[in-house]
Write a protein that binds this ligand. Structure first.
Ligand code: SAH
Ligand code: SF4
Length: 370
């Protein structure tokens, strides 16, 4: 295999068909190769025994099935696994597997870092370096599946969430390509309800997603008014709440999904008062919305504190009594910094002027913006 050989991991069925036809093969070779890759996690063309010997030989010369390189794998006391994967230039992205009684959720990264600079997020703090391509996104899923199978404990990936490092809708095309492979019967065969794209609120891309991917949508809301949201989620200055919410309701209508999940990180004394709970209820009442309250996961010098569990319960009760389905997300994997918002990987920041105009290198805040 030559190093310049094309990586076939993450290619859609249509792309593989085109490639193989270009090599003088029949289009159905794409189905065979996908089955080996995604059902058997086989990476060696020589082992793909229902292909002709000549085609196997050509594949091994001109193509490769390359997965990201594992730098480290950690296992938390609660069964969560976290991989650090090489992303070039001494950088790393992170992938997390969260086992539950009836499912296994893989939380994948879409970018090396993130440019959106949310004030409570460890990834945002690291800055942004580059987008991942579809091979690097799907590579995380193939790799995790292989290693979980090898461990022989019966752990499997049943759900995939784009809630690792990065803003998936800022890397639209590779994410849409990856969704295609995740939901293709010959890919991972996941139903669209089992694939969730989480966004901080890129409105034009939410509309575009409705046309192409139709997966479950999660929106990081985190504040019930623009003044606070501008501070916590700076992209709100470009797409305020009055623009974001209608895009969410349109998404539900156009994709026939049940609802949008609104994520709300509970920051003590910042966004967790009962007045704010009532404001949030007014925004979401009688809408196809549910709420996930996320206890804030701390990281060094974040400047924020987690709300008490009593406060989280009271906040939830306000929403529930307004008829809004609300759950408090359990914090998992925090002893290995694998919980929501703790993924920092290793990122060489290239962002010269993050949203909001703060300069690079001035990303530590130290004080709570209450
Ligand atoms: N960029 C996307 C997806 C990745 S973040 C987004 O923002 O939606 C996944 C979730 O973790 C988001 O809801 C994000 O707001 C939340 N999060 C970020 N930092 C966090 C922290 N320190 N504690 C808890 N949740 C956090
Ligand atoms: Fe980026 Fe999401 Fe973190 Fe905001 S919360 S900085 S959008 S990864």
């Amino acid at each position: 295999m030559s190093q310049g050989a094309i990586n076939l991991v993450g290619k859609s069925r249509g792309e593989l068909e085109r490639l193989f036809v270009g090599m003088g093969e029949k289009p159905f070779r794409a189905r065979q190769v996908m089955r080996w890759l995604y059902s058997h996690a086989e990476l060696d063309p020589h082992a793909m025994t229902d292909l002709s010997v000549a085609f196997r030989e050509r594949l091994s010369e001109s193509a490769r099935f390359a997965l990201p390189t594992v730098m480290e794998r950690q296992e938390a006391s609660d069964g969560v696994w976290k991989w650090q994967l090489a992303a070039g230039g001494n950088q790393a992205i992170e992938t997390v597997f969260i086992p539950e009684a009836s499912r296994g959720t893989l939380c994948i990264s879409s970018q090396v870092g993130c440019a959106l600079d949310c004030s409570f997020c460890a990834t945002g703090r690291q800055g942004f370096n580059r987008n991942l391509d579809a091979a690097e996104i799907i590579g995380q899923v193939v790799l995790a599946g292989r290693e979980l199978a090898e461990a022989g404990e019966g752990k499997t990936v049943t759900n995939v969430v784009f809630m690792g490092m990065g803003e998936p809708l800022a890397n639209f095309r590779p994410v849409a390509e990856a969704v295609d492979v995740l939901t293709d019967d010959l890919g991972f065969g996941l139903s669209r309800r089992r694939v969730t794209v989480s966004t901080s609120g890129l409105v034009p891309q939410i509309r575009r997603l409705a046309e192409s991917a139709r997966v479950a949508l999660a929106v990081s809301l985190h504040a019930p008014d623009d003044e606070l949201r501008n501070e916590l989620v700076p992209i709100n200055r470009r797409h305020p709440i009055a623009e974001l919410l209608p895009a969410c309701w349109d998404y539900v209508e156009r994709t026939n999904t049940r609802d949008v999940t609104f994520e709300y990180v509970m920051l003590a004394g910042v966004n967790d008062s009962l007045v704010q709970a009532r404001q949030l209820a007014r925004l979401l009442r009688n809408r196809p919305a549910k709420v996930n309250l996320i206890p804030f996961n701390p990281f060094p010098d974040s400047g924020y504190e987690r709300s008490t569990s009593a406060q989280v319960d009271d906040f939830r009760d306000v929403l529930m009594s307004a008829g809004i389905m609300t759950i408090t997300r359990k914090t998992r994997g925090d002893d290995i910094a694998a919980a929501c918002g703790q993924l920092a990987g290793r990122v060489n920041n290239l962002v010269s002027a993050p949203l909001g105009g703060k300069s690079v290198g001035n990303k530590s805040r130290g004080v709570s913006p209450s």
